[in-house]
Design a protein around this ligand. Structure first.
Ligand code: SF4
Length: 252
């Protein structure tokens, strides 16, 4: 059983395909919580987590989660959202952690459909889940945005870094890239060491660094430090265009 939290048409705000018109499918569920990344109030309760907490916390946000039992349900959403477009937008499968469903028949059939349509498909993942490209070859046609979490997420190293899973993805999907979320504190502390520990075995893979923040004011606190960090170490700066343009609006 897979859960879809939302689907919408917008521009990709982060990473290699920033600015590209894209259709987003956000799936519910995550194997991490990233408790240090934000604080939200929902129905009078304080919730800690990332800016996609509504796609992570099944208990509090369950009315947003829709069960998907057939790939045709997702294909129909795709057809509906694209019916007035004269071109094929890029597709982003995000979450939560969409790869929780990597070997689910419904999820995989949808990926196969997208690949057969020759769409540019990105899966945004925390990179901790081991895939099998032999049994599920359609994933070879997908770009993985590997948003591996650093210590500022509040997750322990053993949970947030799986180098074997990263190696498998990068061996089979050559256009995949790393995307790290940094804040001033981590930059002053040990961001470079943490990033190098993760990327060292994977020479030549592009590395994007973006500022932590789920609202414009928070981005502004971190963005210049991240840009300076990129200038020193040769990483590529990624902004979060969706937040600059629409701040905290959902479905953007
Ligand atoms: S891995 Fe991503 S979706 Fe999951 S809790 Fe962390 S930031 Fe949120």
């Amino acid at each position: 059983m897979i859960y879809l939290v939302e689907s919408f048409y917008s521009i990709q705000g982060e990473g290699k395909l920033a600015g590209v018109p894209s259709l987003f499918f956000r799936f519910g569920g995550c194997n991490l919580k990233c408790p240090n990344w934000g604080e939200y109030f929902f129905k009078g309760k304080k919730v800690f987590g990332c800016d996609s907490v509504f796609a992570v916390n099944a208990k509090l946000f369950k009315e947003d989660w829709k069960k998907i039992e057939e790939p045709t349900q997702l294909i129909e959403i795709y057809q509906d959202l694209t019916k007035e477009l004269d071109f094929k937008p890029a597709i982003v499968l995000t979450g939560g952690e969409p790869l929780l469903y990597w070997d689910d028949e419904v999820f995989y059939k949808f990926v196969e459909f997208l690949v057969k349509e020759k769409l540019l498909v990105t899966i945004e993942t925390n990179g901790t889940i081991q895939l099998d490209f032999k049994r599920f070859p359609a994933y070879k046609e997908v770009i993985f945005s590997l948003s591996v979490k650093l210590s500022n997420s509040g997750e322990p190293y053993e949970k947030r870094v799986n180098k074997k899973a990263l190696a498998t993805i990068l061996e089979h999907s050559p256009y995949s890239f790393f995307k790290f979320t940094l804040d001033k504190g981590l930059i002053e502390f040990r961001a470079f060491e943490e990033i190098m520990d993760i990327i060292e075995p994977f020479e030549g893979v592009e590395v994007f660094c973006m500022p932590l923040g789920d609202r414009v004011e928070q981005l502004r606190k971190n963005d210049k430090a991240v840009a300076e960090f990129c200038l020193i170490y040769g990483f590529t700066y990624s902004d979060r265009l969706q937040i600059r343009l629409w701040n905290r609006n959902r479905k953007r």
